[in-house]
Design a protein around this ligand. Structure first.
Ligand code: GLP
Length: 261
């Protein structure tokens, strides 16, 4: 079962996740991070940047793989996930940009981009820690409902709801791409540690379905139930539909002193 931690606010979640990433990099200087975009992981990157400023750590060998990327945006578009990852992660953390990959880059054609990305992840030795947000449709990465639990990096079509959710980053809905390249649920499940974050009432249903709902491709987030090491960091609002919230609180309050995330 996932370790569900109900926190006071997103800053607290950011601190906890940043602590786990810091301790990973301390153990393994060339750690491989799975990087999510969207607004949810921003407190993690901000907390990590802060700790690196206050207490520097060698991050020159840290590697990264973004979860997903839009297909069809003009090169260099500020809302491409390559641009977002550069702005929110690579620059503030001081990572080596040549070690941070986004689906599609370096591929000769869109048809081979998925396989190329899978090969690159395998060649890096796999992802140590994968940061995840969750969409209101229950998607993780851009694996919309119906995605196979065995899926690997490939092209997907975004649902209209996801396009509308993401329209806030663009000037108009028309500008939001209809296609993307995303790590598959199978790719995500191969990462050694999943850290899923969610904040706000709008994510409560998706979180309940992911953590407690039946295992179903109709709720892609429920794939996390197949993984042996998952940490779910959520605020009270995102936890509001969980049946067993009291048990998760009890478990966290009574965690053994030796237990880390
Ligand atoms: C996009 C991303 C997902 C992200 C989701 C939620 O669809 N591809 O990786 O989890 O948005 O976004 P937000 O965190 O902004 O709510």
């Amino acid at each position: 079962m996932a370790e569900v931690v109900i926190v006071g606010d997103r800053e607290e979640a950011g601190e906890l996740a940043a602590g786990a990433i810091r301790s990973l990099i301390t153990r393994r200087r060339d750690a491989v991070l799975g990087l999510a975009t969207g607004s949810t992981p921003l407190p993690v990157y901000a907390a990590l940047a802060r700790t690196l400023r206050e207490d520097p750590l060698d991050v020159s060998a840290v590697r990264g793989f973004a979860l997903d990327e839009y297909v069809g945006l003009p090169a260099g578009h500020p809302e491409s996930y390559r641009a977002v990852i550069t702005r929110e992660v690579v620059e503030p953390l001081g990572l080596d940009p040549s070690l941070v990959h986004v689906p599609g880059d370096g591929s000769d054609s869109i048809e081979t981009a998925g396989e190329d990305y899978e090969r690159a992840i395998v060649a890096a030795g796999g992802i140590d820690l994968q940061i995840l947000g969750i969409g209101s449709t229950g998607h993780i990465g851009f694996n919309e409902p119906g995605s196979s639990f065995a899926s690997l990096t490939r092209i997907k079509t975004l649902t209209e709801r996801t396009r509308q959710d993401n329209a806030r980053f663009f000037d108009s809905l028309d500008e939001v791409p209809r296609h993307c390249l995303t790590q598959g649920l199978g790719t995500i499940l191969r990462a050694r540690h999943l850290v899923l974050l969610a904040f706000g009432e709008g994510k409560a249903e998706a979180i309940a379905a992911a953590v407690e709902g039946p295992l179903t491709a109709s709720q892609p987030g429920s794939a996390i139930q197949l993984h042996p090491h998952v940490t779910v960091l959520i605020d009270e609002a995102a936890a509001s539909r969980l049946q067993n919230a009291d048990y998760y609180r009890y478990t966290w309050e009574n965690r053994p002193s030796w237990q880390t995330l």
